[in-house]
Design a protein around this ligand. Sequence first.
Ligand code: EPU
Length: 422
Amino acid sequence: MSEVIAIEGGHKLNGTVRISGAKNATVALIPAAVLADGPVEIFGVPEISDVEALAILLRELKCEVKIDGEQIKIDPSHMEDIPLVSDAVNKLRASYYFMGALLGKYKRVKIKMPGGCYLGPRPIDLHLKGFEALGATITYHDDTYLLEAEELIGNQIYLDFASVGATINIMLAAVKAKGKTIIENAAKEPEIIDVANLLTKMGARIRGVGTDTITIEGVNELHGTFHEIIPDRIEAGTFLIIAAAAGEKIVVQNIIPQHLEALISKLKEMGVQMDVVGDSIVVYGKEDDLSAVDIKTQIYPGFATDLQQPLTALLTQSVGTSHVQETIYVERFKHCEQLNKMGANIEVKEASSVIHGETPLHGTRVQATDLRCGAALVVAGLLAEGITEITNVYHIDRGYDNIDHKLITLGAHISRYEIDDE
Ligand code: EPU
């Protein structure tokens, strides 16, 4: 048996939705907390299954973990240097942040290969090169990495690609290295700044986050602290797209609008009416045809790869031909086949897709092949005539906090039930 989300499309949505804390910050902040010698309290934690998986890993390390609504308290005072080799490691990609954090703390870590969404090849060579530059030796055997260092010594590290994961992971190891580490061509995503903010509150010395050169002066000790997570710009973007697709008037609250500039300008180019009011964005339902637009995914502040999938669902409703070019994950197009099952007319080419609109969509059974494919199918389901059944819901639950409840509050007709596995 497995769960499906069923959406009856065609109902107009209205009201207010509040965005949760950022998943891609949370999944790094939680492993970062183990670097402290005392309790770290984090607020604004989204209710997603990735957090549950990380809590399992923390408990395996003998950290005390208390989750109370949107708050997590992590006390690493009595934690132990235990290999992370259970199945929980495979549940999410971000388990690899324990590599940097535990290497920083114990100068040694044994951890299984991380899991996560399949978006084409997702190597971690840049993370490993960074750890090696800090003095670690790395062996890989039986799907498990062993990283060890006599001591970690700061170094100058140039990233061949401005990788989010590599930037954070190297930062986690370098905060307790001896001397100065300089990360060049560092990634600039807001989630990286959030992680650096937590580390700084714990006593780390980090400069230049948000630029392409990050400088870290190693310290001997990091202490407990409090931290509030930034809002999830990808969840926010998904709801802006949902509002443009199926809304009459929707207020999306708890947004940092600067984090969404690329999406907002594309939506405006399509003809979506919206107003930015403080930390909210009001989106008005479409009165005229939407225009086709071209998208090229890029590192921040360019158009986020995580939003090209949900936006593609909306582009099926634009009049004309839209092009999506992927420069981050060249194989991130599995959603297109699912959208085509619903009546879309999308051609997938090398690292790109061509969306011919406007096409009416109809409900059918489709598969969330990865997290943001799931978000695209939710957008499509809200637009479609009839009932859309989305399978592999666990992908959606990994990254969206109560998406069905939030949509029901806006007036969507959604249910969840179990079906026999095919
Ligand atoms: N890359 C390498 N070598 C590396 C690391 C990355 O070649 O060592 C390549 C990747 O294969 C990819 C590109 O660099 O082609 C970008 O990867 P990056 O490391 O920046 O991404 P990530 O850290 O694996 C995070 C988010 C993704 C998001 C990307 C891009 C987390 C847990 N994941 O992944 O989020 O798409 O940054 O912004 O933070 C999602 O939320 O659905 C998701 C997949």
